[in-house]
Design a protein around this ligand. Sequence first.
Ligand SMILES: [Zn+2]
Length: 177
Amino acid sequence: MFNIFEELDENKFSWDSIGDVINGRKNLGEEMPIFVYRLFQFTIKDELAKRYGNETTVDIFRNAGKLSGIEFANHMLDLDLEFDEFVAQLQQIFEDVKIGILRIEKFNMETGQATLTIGEDLDCSGLPITGETVCNYDEGFLAGILQVYTKKDYIVTEVDCWATGSRVCRFEAKVQS
Ligand SMILES: [Zn+2]
Protein backbone atom coordinates (compact mmCIF):
# COMPACT_ATOMS: atom_id res chain seq x y z
CA MET A 1 0.00 0.00 0.00
CA PHE A 2 1.13 3.55 -0.72
CA ASN A 3 2.58 5.13 2.39
CA ILE A 4 2.77 8.90 2.29
CA PHE A 5 5.11 9.14 5.31
CA GLU A 6 7.62 6.79 3.77
CA GLU A 7 7.49 8.87 0.63
CA LEU A 8 8.11 12.12 2.55
CA ASP A 9 11.14 10.75 4.39
CA GLU A 10 13.02 9.88 1.25
CA ASN A 11 15.48 12.39 -0.14
CA LYS A 12 14.70 13.15 -3.74
CA PHE A 13 17.84 15.25 -3.90
CA SER A 14 21.15 13.65 -4.73
CA TRP A 15 24.39 14.98 -6.21
CA ASP A 16 23.11 14.08 -9.69
CA SER A 17 20.22 16.55 -9.24
CA ILE A 18 22.74 19.35 -9.87
CA GLY A 19 23.08 18.09 -13.43
CA ASP A 20 25.84 18.59 -15.97
CA VAL A 21 26.47 22.31 -15.53
CA ILE A 22 29.59 22.44 -17.69
CA ASN A 23 27.79 20.89 -20.63
CA GLY A 24 24.56 22.80 -19.99
CA ARG A 25 26.19 26.24 -19.68
CA LYS A 26 28.88 26.12 -22.33
CA ASN A 27 28.97 29.90 -22.74
CA LEU A 28 28.06 31.13 -19.26
CA GLY A 29 30.04 28.58 -17.25
CA GLU A 30 29.76 27.52 -13.62
CA GLU A 31 29.91 30.85 -11.80
CA MET A 32 27.41 33.58 -10.98
CA PRO A 33 27.33 36.61 -8.68
CA ILE A 34 26.68 36.12 -4.96
CA PHE A 35 23.61 38.35 -5.07
CA VAL A 36 21.83 35.79 -7.28
CA TYR A 37 22.45 33.07 -4.69
CA ARG A 38 21.37 35.36 -1.85
CA LEU A 39 18.26 36.51 -3.72
CA PHE A 40 17.23 32.89 -4.08
CA GLN A 41 18.06 31.88 -0.52
CA PHE A 42 16.64 34.88 1.32
CA THR A 43 13.39 35.07 -0.62
CA ILE A 44 12.77 31.34 -0.03
CA LYS A 45 13.57 31.90 3.67
CA ASP A 46 11.15 34.81 3.81
CA GLU A 47 8.34 32.85 2.18
CA LEU A 48 8.92 29.83 4.44
CA ALA A 49 8.97 32.04 7.55
CA LYS A 50 5.66 33.64 6.54
CA ARG A 51 4.03 30.25 6.05
CA TYR A 52 5.60 28.17 8.80
CA GLY A 53 7.18 30.59 11.29
CA ASN A 54 10.84 31.26 12.11
CA GLU A 55 11.56 28.16 14.14
CA THR A 56 10.38 25.74 11.45
CA THR A 57 12.19 27.74 8.77
CA VAL A 58 15.46 27.54 10.69
CA ASP A 59 14.92 23.80 11.06
CA ILE A 60 14.24 23.41 7.34
CA PHE A 61 17.40 25.33 6.44
CA ARG A 62 19.49 23.32 8.91
CA ASN A 63 18.17 19.99 7.57
CA ALA A 64 18.61 21.06 3.96
CA GLY A 65 22.16 22.18 4.78
CA LYS A 66 22.86 18.82 6.34
CA LEU A 67 21.70 16.91 3.29
CA SER A 68 23.83 19.23 1.19
CA GLY A 69 26.87 18.70 3.47
CA ILE A 70 26.48 14.93 3.27
CA GLU A 71 26.28 14.93 -0.53
CA PHE A 72 29.13 17.47 -0.77
CA ALA A 73 31.39 15.36 1.48
CA ASN A 74 30.60 12.15 -0.38
CA HIS A 75 31.24 13.66 -3.81
CA MET A 76 33.85 16.37 -3.36
CA LEU A 77 36.09 15.19 -0.50
CA ASP A 78 38.69 12.48 -0.01
CA LEU A 79 37.34 10.87 3.18
CA ASP A 80 40.34 8.57 3.65
CA LEU A 81 42.73 11.39 4.57
CA GLU A 82 44.12 11.76 8.10
CA PHE A 83 42.53 14.56 10.11
CA ASP A 84 45.11 17.31 9.41
CA GLU A 85 45.12 16.59 5.70
CA PHE A 86 41.35 16.37 5.67
CA VAL A 87 41.11 19.83 7.24
CA ALA A 88 43.62 21.24 4.75
CA GLN A 89 41.59 19.75 1.91
CA LEU A 90 38.37 21.20 3.32
CA GLN A 91 39.93 24.67 3.70
CA GLN A 92 41.19 24.56 0.14
CA ILE A 93 37.90 23.48 -1.36
CA PHE A 94 35.89 26.03 0.66
CA GLU A 95 38.18 28.69 -0.80
CA ASP A 96 38.17 27.23 -4.32
CA VAL A 97 34.37 27.09 -4.56
CA LYS A 98 34.11 30.40 -2.67
CA ILE A 99 32.01 29.21 0.28
CA GLY A 100 34.35 31.11 2.60
CA ILE A 101 37.65 31.03 4.45
CA LEU A 102 37.50 28.12 6.88
CA ARG A 103 39.56 27.83 10.05
CA ILE A 104 39.42 25.17 12.74
CA GLU A 105 40.03 26.98 16.04
CA LYS A 106 39.71 23.88 18.23
CA PHE A 107 39.18 20.19 17.73
CA ASN A 108 39.07 17.76 20.62
CA MET A 109 40.14 14.37 19.28
CA GLU A 110 38.55 12.53 22.20
CA THR A 111 35.12 14.16 22.28
CA GLY A 112 34.95 15.30 18.66
CA GLN A 113 33.96 18.76 19.90
CA ALA A 114 35.11 21.54 17.58
CA THR A 115 35.05 25.28 17.02
CA LEU A 116 35.18 26.40 13.42
CA THR A 117 35.12 29.81 11.80
CA ILE A 118 34.20 30.91 8.29
CA GLY A 119 35.39 34.29 7.08
CA GLU A 120 33.87 36.07 4.08
CA ASP A 121 30.98 33.62 4.37
CA LEU A 122 28.83 33.09 1.28
CA ASP A 123 25.59 33.35 3.26
CA CYS A 124 26.13 36.36 5.51
CA SER A 125 29.26 38.45 5.04
CA GLY A 126 28.23 42.04 4.43
CA LEU A 127 24.64 41.63 5.65
CA PRO A 128 22.99 44.33 7.76
CA ILE A 129 23.49 43.69 11.48
CA THR A 130 20.27 42.39 13.02
CA GLY A 131 21.70 40.79 16.17
CA GLU A 132 20.65 37.30 15.01
CA THR A 133 22.79 34.49 13.64
CA VAL A 134 21.54 33.67 10.15
CA CYS A 135 23.78 30.86 8.89
CA ASN A 136 21.48 27.94 9.67
CA TYR A 137 22.19 26.35 6.30
CA ASP A 138 25.93 26.44 7.15
CA GLU A 139 25.20 24.85 10.53
CA GLY A 140 23.65 21.88 8.77
CA PHE A 141 26.27 21.87 6.00
CA LEU A 142 29.15 21.62 8.48
CA ALA A 143 27.27 18.99 10.54
CA GLY A 144 26.76 16.90 7.39
CA ILE A 145 30.45 17.06 6.45
CA LEU A 146 31.60 16.21 9.99
CA GLN A 147 29.11 13.36 10.15
CA VAL A 148 30.32 11.78 6.92
CA TYR A 149 34.01 12.10 7.87
CA THR A 150 33.77 11.02 11.54
CA LYS A 151 30.72 8.70 11.17
CA LYS A 152 29.24 10.44 14.22
CA ASP A 153 26.09 12.50 14.35
CA TYR A 154 26.85 16.20 14.85
CA ILE A 155 24.96 19.24 16.04
CA VAL A 156 26.49 22.52 14.87
CA THR A 157 25.42 25.88 16.27
CA GLU A 158 26.50 29.28 15.01
CA VAL A 159 27.53 31.48 17.94
CA ASP A 160 28.94 34.52 16.08
CA CYS A 161 27.85 35.80 12.68
CA TRP A 162 28.38 38.85 10.49
CA ALA A 163 24.70 39.60 11.24
CA THR A 164 25.47 39.69 14.99
CA GLY A 165 28.30 42.15 14.41
CA SER A 166 31.20 39.68 14.18
CA ARG A 167 33.72 39.69 11.33
CA VAL A 168 33.61 35.91 11.01
CA CYS A 169 30.99 33.25 11.58
CA ARG A 170 31.92 30.99 14.48
CA PHE A 171 30.39 27.54 14.88
CA GLU A 172 30.40 25.18 17.86
CA ALA A 173 30.22 21.54 16.79
CA LYS A 174 29.25 18.76 19.19
CA VAL A 175 28.74 15.05 18.77
CA GLN A 176 25.13 14.23 19.44
CA SER A 177 24.81 11.79 22.30
ZN1 LIG B 1 27.01 33.88 9.70
